[in-house]
Design a protein around this ligand. Sequence first.
Ligand code: MN
Ligand code: MN
Length: 365
Amino acid sequence: MNHKLQKVSQWMKENDIQVSFITSPENVFYLSGFLSDPHERLLGLAIFQDEEPFLVCPSMEVQDAKNAGWNYEIIGYSDIDQPWELIHNSINKRLSHVQKVAIEKEHMNVERYEAITYLFNGATFVPAEEKLRKLRMVKDEYELKTIRRACELADYAIQVGCEEIAEGKTELDVLAAVEYALKKKGVNEMSFSTMVLTGANAASPHGTPGLTKIKKGDLVLFDLGVVVDGYCSDITRTVAFGDMDDKQKEIYDTVLQAQLKALEACKPGVPCSEIDLIARNHIREAGYGEYFPHRLGHGLGISVHEYPSLTETNSLLLEEGMVFTIEPGIYVPNVAGVRIEDDLYLTKDGVEVLTKFPKELQTIK
Ligand code: MN
Ligand code: MN
């Protein structure tokens, strides 16, 4: 078994869990190497303490799972099969008595929950997600290498976006050019819906790009990410189109200094809350506290939002090998919206910033 599956089996032994049945595509990928988007169909990975694991997937994906390097049993089911019966048979071949089953309670829907409780009548069901979130928090070398590539492409996307900015172009014009350029580089998927926001729209942390035209004196905010081999990047840059007034410059500089201070403080053993508060207090002291309405950052990997969560109350300690974002922002309605977001890797004594597009205010003439 691979290292990640072994850790799950170990956890199951410690907690007297006989079966883990993992159903979210992200965790199935993390543990098996098989990246699948099964749509509404069932995808599952069964893990045991000592017996061999098995995958269950639509039969048309069996070959893909093998190609992904999965060397154990695969149950492929057709659209007229009953996958739960097949799962039951495969588990019964390995174990006769199941008392405790771990499932992802947040992911499993009621229909599937009813099916699995029917199969393991009388068993207790415990959540698996917290353990998996902790395992996924620290990245191995392969994961880091993959995220690095996703970050390089995110930098490239920002560069394309900046070159595309011109008087009268809409947010969606620029967005389309960015995604077109990425597709030509072989990028199949973005981490989330790309954001290009300008003027008043940039003052909304989660705005929707539309037909607003870019005009001189506006800030343009890009927030985007690229998926490479199942791993995400996530970058935000805010650039100026033409000259900025003093207020806009002050807001930009406050966000930048907050971001740099937080980056400098990141080290193994420091609580997440401390990092959030370093940036938050800098913004508060500048008088913009109420305009920074979200956490400082989040882990990323297979999901664009995962552990650790950098909030002002999370006492979790940073650990070498974590990959997360630092993304302070100030959004003052009708004045300016600025966010600066980097992805970073926590080393044994500090951080390596993986997104490298310049952060000093870039002015596009
Ligand atoms: Mn982002
Ligand atoms: Mn983010």
